[in-house]
Design a protein. Structure first.
Length: 479
């Protein structure tokens, strides 16, 4: 971290500055990164402030070379800065988080790690070990003292918990993979098999522990490197673990009803939902948040726009995105209209957040796979129902193809292999061939009624008249 020498005159955040309440450890957390500290630990702070939860977190470093030592250097204290828009008004709130009771690096203190299983008040385990974290490490065997993989560490912790005679845990996975709780459950059972643990252990895992899948949503940019010194000066202390986050947060957990008593998030006024099915919430996020992002990257990049915020500041593009959400995405989502409208309004505020500079170039990375996940299901849902083609999504597809053709103002950001499959797309018969490419789209899009002609018409408009004129045409027609 390169900061000016003036920083040396600012005292560092530490225990002498903040009163640390003594609370029992109720949560064991695998992961010490920005997201967990700006989402889960911040939520625990609110539980302590607003309810009688009275609990702290034990943080486990999930991989070698982690950062629990940096947290310990500040007495496990750090500041969260919530910055963004709420009800269209800018907000900036800062708070020192006192929720972390302890940290442990299992690579240097394995016995201390196993000791977490002996904490009788600990009832919940939370994890976010990245998308690659829920995987079996082949180096982890029965003879490995300190496993490298997260599932193996959790298996050993559960094994020790069983030996204590204490009840099992509710395990909440936050990793960004589908059905993350089930994936973690299966990985633990596979580790038990690899380690040769007795069948009684597996029976105990199944009977005494609950693995919950969850969906998390909050933008947590992390440490404000470019603005740190100004913030420290305003705070009056130096905080090298400072975390910035947006006001919006949503945590949807597929878990038992008793979890609402163990973690009383509703009582704390937090947007945490216990749901029997994550799919509607997953779809809402992917299609209403990520889908418009993909439309922006396909079209607005080719009109000279660089960030999501710039798109939201343009009346024509803003209207286009709003219409895409409400006219084309809402009708195929299985959620109440009022929930969709509320979420769409929140999405618009998040997109317009002046404190988050979300580059369209970053969103454009691997745009084909993103389109197939975020917008293609909407398009095919309309055609399957016999509805007219969703014109804004068709325009986004045309913008994407234009980009990958190499003839648009913006360049594709993808693998050479993917880009090469668009060769000749602007030639006679090329568009139909590309739309029929199952390796690109997962299905033959040329078979969708009217799609080839609709994309061809939009491509011609984009090439001859530009993005903004095509958007104006679609918006004027009200289609």
């Amino acid at each position: 971290m390169t900061l000016s020498t003036a920083v040396d005159t600012i005292p560092r955040l530490g225990r002498a500055m903040v009163e640390m309440p003594s609370r029992p450890t109720r949560i064991i957390q695998f992961g010490e990164g920005n997201f967990l500290r700006g989402f889960v630990d911040w939520s625990v702070q609110k539980l302590n402030e607003r309810t009688d939860f009275n609990g702290g977190v034990a943080v486990v470093q999930p991989r070698p070379g982690g950062h629990v030592a940096d947290l310990e250097a500040q007495g496990r204290l750090y500041t969260v800065q919530i910055q963004g828009l709420e009800d269209s008004h800018p907000v900036c709130e800062r708070e020192v988080i006192t929720a972390i009771n302890s940290t442990v690096d299992p690579y240097t203190d394995w016995e201390g790690f196993l000791g977490l299983a002996e904490i009788s008040e600990a009832a919940v385990i939370v994890s976010n070990t990245t998308e690659a974290g829920i995987a079996i490490n082949p180096a982890d065997t029965a003879a490995t003292r300190t496993p490298l993989g997260f599932p193996a560490k959790l298996t050993r912790l559960l094994e020790h918990r069983r030996a204590t005679g204490l009840p099992g845990f509710i395990v909440i996975a936050c990793e960004l993979i589908d059905d993350n709780g089930r994936a973690l459950h299966d990985a633990v059972l596979e580790c038990a098999r690899i380690f040769g643990l007795d069948p009684g252990f597996i029976d105990w895992v199944e009977a005494e522990n609950t693995f919950c899948s969850s969906l998390v949503d909050r933008i947590v940019p992390g440490f404000p490197r470019d603005d740190a010194e100004r913030i420290w000066d305003e705070l009056g202390y130096r905080d090298e673990q400072l975390v910035c986050a947006e006001p919006f947060m949503l945590w949807v957990i597929k878990g038992p009803e008793r979890l609402a008593e163990i973690l009383p998030f509703a009582q704390a006024g937090l947007d945490v939902v216990l749901a029997e099915d994550l799919a509607p919430y997953h779809d809402r996020k992917v299609f209403l948040l990520n889908g418009p992002h993909t439309t922006m990257s396909s079209l607005a990049r080719n009109a000279g726009f660089g960030t999501v915020g710039q798109v939201m500041d343009d009346d024509a593009l803003l209207g286009f995105i709003r219409d895409e959400m409400r006219r084309e995405i809402f009708p195929v989502l299985d959620l109440p209209a009022e929930d969709l409208e509320r979420f769409a309004g929140q999405v618009e505020e998040r997109f317009a957040n002046p404190f988050v500079h979300h580059e369209l170039d970053a969103i454009a990375l691997n745009a084909v796979s993103k389109f197939t996940a975020r917008l293609l299901p909407i398009l095919t849902a309309h055609t399957a129902a016999g509805h007219p083609l969703p014109k804004r999504i068709v325009a986004a597809l045309a913008g994407l193809i234009w980009t990958y053709s190499g003839t648009a103002p913006a360049a594709p950001v993808d693998s050479d292999e993917t880009i090469s499959r668009f060769a000749g797309v602007m030639e006679v018969g090329g568009l139909a061939r590309v739309l029929a490419d199952i390796r690109l789209w997962g299905e033959d899009l040329s078979a969708l009624p009217g799609l080839v002609d609709a994309v061809a018409a939009d491509l011609e408009a984009l090439r001859n008249r530009g993005v903004m004129n095509l958007i104006a045409d679609i918006s004027t027609e009200g289609r």
